[in-house]
Design a protein around this ligand. Structure first.
Ligand SMILES: Nc1nc2c(ncn2[C@@H]2O[C@H](COP(=O)(O)OP(=O)(O)OP(=O)(O)O)[C@@H](O)[C@H]2O)c(=O)[nH]1
Ligand SMILES: [Mg+2]
Length: 478
C-alpha cells in the first residue's frame, strides 16, 4: 500500500504502527517537477474505418524445418569391468513447418520472412532420447495458393516427381545426401496435382506475366521453376512445406554388454542429425467469396457492402477509396451467410493490368457469381450503359475469359438522384447492353440507393441468395 505523505500520513503511521502491514510513504510532491518534464501520455487514436493491418496478398518466404538433435555417444561401465555398455539416447527429430488455412486470417503478413521450426534436442546418457522439435504452424488466410520456388541448386525431376538437389558443393542444407526427397504428405499432394492440374500451371503462367513483363521467355522459365504444392482453399486445409530433420542415432542402438564393441567411426557418423528441409515459397492469396462486386471507382461498391453486411469499408466521394479487397458477410435470418468481396474500382484496360487490374481481378476469380454495379446517375460524368459494356469487356478479356461464364446480377446505384420516370428507360438500356455483351443474368436490373435511402436492397439481397444457391445446385448436378 502506498500513502502520500501529508499531515494525515503521520496519524496514519501511528495508527498502523502495531499492524503487521508493511507501509511505505512516498512524498509525491517531490515528483511534481519531474512530471512536468515528462512527455504527455499517448492519446487513443481516433476511430477510423480503415483496417489497421496492411493487406498483403502475395509474398515470398523461406521456410526451414528444424535440425534433428544429436545422438548421444555415451558409454557406461558395465558390471563386467573391462566392458563398456553403450547407453546414448537418440536425438529428437526437428519440427516441420506446416501452413494451415484459417478463416480468421486476412493477410499474408508475418513479422519475419524466414520461418524456422524448432530443433530437436540432443540425446543423453542413460538411454534418454531427445525431445522432438515443435512443429511450426503458420496460419494463412483461406484461398492461399502455395508454390515452391526451386532455388538455383534444385531441379524438379519429372519422372520421379521430386525435388532433387543437384548441388555438389558443401551446401549446409544437405550435408549428407545430394538428393533430398520431399516429405510424404507433400509427395502425395504432388502426385494428385502435377498430372491433373496442368491447366493450373498454364493459368499461373498467365497470371505471372505482370511480374517481370520485359521478357516473356524468362517468365515462362520462371514459372517452370515453381511447383504448386497446395491450394489452401478450405478452413483447416494444411500442407507441410518443410520437413524437420531426423535426429541422430544414439550409441544405445549397439545393443547389450555381450555384443562386440561398435566401430567408433560408424557410431559418430550415425549420431549426426539431419538438417531440416529448406524451401522457398511463393504464396498468393485469392479470396474465397460467393459474390464479387465489379464496378468503376465511385460506383458505390463499398457503400453496398456497408449497407448489407457488418463490414465497414471506407466510403468517400473520390475514386480509389478502396485500395485492397475487403470481404463482408451478408447474414440472413435463417442462418445462411453469403460472403461478398469488394474490390477496388476497375478501369478501362484492367484486364491488361492497368490500374493494378490483375491484382484486383484475381480476387474475384473464385467467386460463384458477379455483381456488376454502375452509377446510374453518372455523378462522375460517366454513362452507366457504356460502363456495363466496358466492365463486361474487361471481365471477358481477363485470363482465359472464363469469368464471363459466371452468373451475374446487374445493379444501378444512386437512383435517389434520378427521377422515377427516367428509370424504366435506363434499366432497359442497361439490360440491352448486358445482353449484347453476353453477361449471364436471369434477373431484372436492380435499381438501388445503397448509400442514401437504401431503396431496393431487400430485393437485391434476396436475389444474391438465390443466385448463390442456384450455382451451388448446378455444381452438385455436375
Ligand atoms: N447519392 C448517392 N450517393 C451514393 C450512393 N451510394 C454511394 N454514394 C456515394 O458515392 C461515393 C462513392 O461511394 P463508394 O462506396 O466509396 O464507391 P466505391 O465504388 O467503393 O469506390 P472505390 O472504392 O473508389 O472504387 C460516396 O461519396 C458515396 O457517398 C447512393 O445510393 N446515392
Ligand atoms: Mg470502395
Amino acid at each position: 500500500m502506498v500513502f502520500p505523505l501529508n499531515s494525515t500520513g503521520i496519524v496514519l503511521r501511528r495508527c498502523l504502527a502495531h499492524t503487521k502491514l508493511y507501509v511505505r510513504y512516498i512524498d509525491t510532491s517531490a515528483f511534481d517537477d519531474v512530471k512536468k518534464t515528462l512527455p504527455p501520455p499517448p492519446q487513443p487514436k481516433s476511430k477510423s474505418s480503415k483496417p489497421s493491418y496492411r493487406f498483403v496478398d502475395r509474398t515470398r518466404v523461406r521456410v526451414a524445418g528444424g535440425m534433428g538433435g544429436k545422438g548421444s555417444l555415451s558409454m557406461k561401465p558395465s558390471r563386467k569391468r573391462y566392458k563398456l555398455r553403450p547407453d546414448g539416447g537418440h536425438g529428437g527429430n526437428g519440427g516441420s513447418v506446416i501452413l494451415v488455412a484459417d478463416p480468421n486470417e486476412q493477410s499474408l503478413r508475418w513479422s519475419h520472412p524466414h520461418l524456422q521450426a524448432e530443433k530437436g534436442s540432443n540425446g543423453d546418457s542413460q538411454d534418454c532420447h531427445g525431445r522432438n522439435g515443435e512443429n511450426l504452424i503458420v496460419r494463412v488466410p483461406c484461398g492461399v495458393l502455395v508454390k515452391r520456388v526451386l532455388n538455383h541448386g534444385e531441379v524438379w525431376d519429372e519422372d520421379r516427381e521430386m525435388v532433387l538437389n543437384s548441388r555438389t558443393d558443401d551446401s549446409p542444407l544437405y550435408e549428407s545426401e545430394d538428393k533430398v526427397e520431399v516429405s510424404r504428405e507433400v509427395q502425395a499432394l504432388l502426385d494428385a496435382m502435377i498430372h491433373t492440374d496442368d491447366n493450373d500451371l498454364e493459368d499461373a503462367d498467365d497470371e505471372e506475366e505482370d511480374w517481370d513483363s520485359d521478357d516473356d521467355n524468362a517468365d515462362i522459365q520462371k514459372e517452370r521453376d515453381r511447383i504448386i504444392l497446395a491450394d489452401l482453399d478450405k478452413p483447416g486445409a494444411h500442407v507441410m512445406v518443410a520437413r524437420g530433420g531426423r535426429g541422430g542415432l544414439g550409441s544405445s542402438i549397439y545393443g547389450g554388454e555381450s555384443g562386440p564393441m561398435p566401430d567408433p567411426r560408424e557410431m559418430i557418423a550415425k549420431s549426426k542429425p539431419q538438417p531440416g528441409e529448406v524451401a522457398f515459397l511463393e504464396l498468393e492469396l485469392k479470396l474465397i467469396a460467393d459474390i464479387g462486386l465489379v464496378g468503376f471507382p465511385n460506383a458505390g461498391k463499398s457503400s453496398l457492402l456497408r449497407a448489407m453486411s457488418r463490414a465497414t469499408p471506407e466510403v468517400a466521394p473520390y475514386p480509389f477509396t478502396t485500395l485492397h479487397p475487403i470481404l463482408g458477410s451478408v447474414d440472413y435470418r435463417d442462418g445462411i451467410r453469403i460472403r461478398v468481396a469488394d474490390i477496388p474500382g476497375l478501369i478501362d484496360g484492367a484486364s491488361e493490368g492497368r490500374g493494378k487490374g490483375f491484382d484486383f481481378l484475381r480476387h474475384i476469380e473464385r467467386t460463384k457469381a458477379l455483381l456488376y454495379i454502375v452509377d446510374a446517375a453518372g455523378v462522375d460524368f460517366r454513362d452507366p450503359v457504356e460502363d456495363i459494356r466496358v466492365l463486361a469487356n474487361e471481365i471477358a478479356s481477363y485470363g482465359d475469359g472464363a469469368m464471363m461464364d459466371r452468373r451475374a446480377l446487374i445493379v444501378a446505384n444512386k437512383i435517389d438522384l434520378l427521377t422515377e420516370e427516367s428509370l424504366p428507360e435506363l434499366k432497359y438500356a442497361i439490360s440491352q447492353a448486358a445482353k449484347d455483351m453476353g453477361i449471364l443474368t436471369d434477373h431484372e436490373i436492380f435499381a438501388i440507393s445503397a448509400g442514401v435511402t437504401g431503396t431496393g436492397l431487400s430485393s437485391l439481397s434476396k436475389a444474391m441468395r438465390e443466385i448463390v444457391a442456384f450455382v451451388d445446385e448446378e455444381k452438385d448436378l455436375w
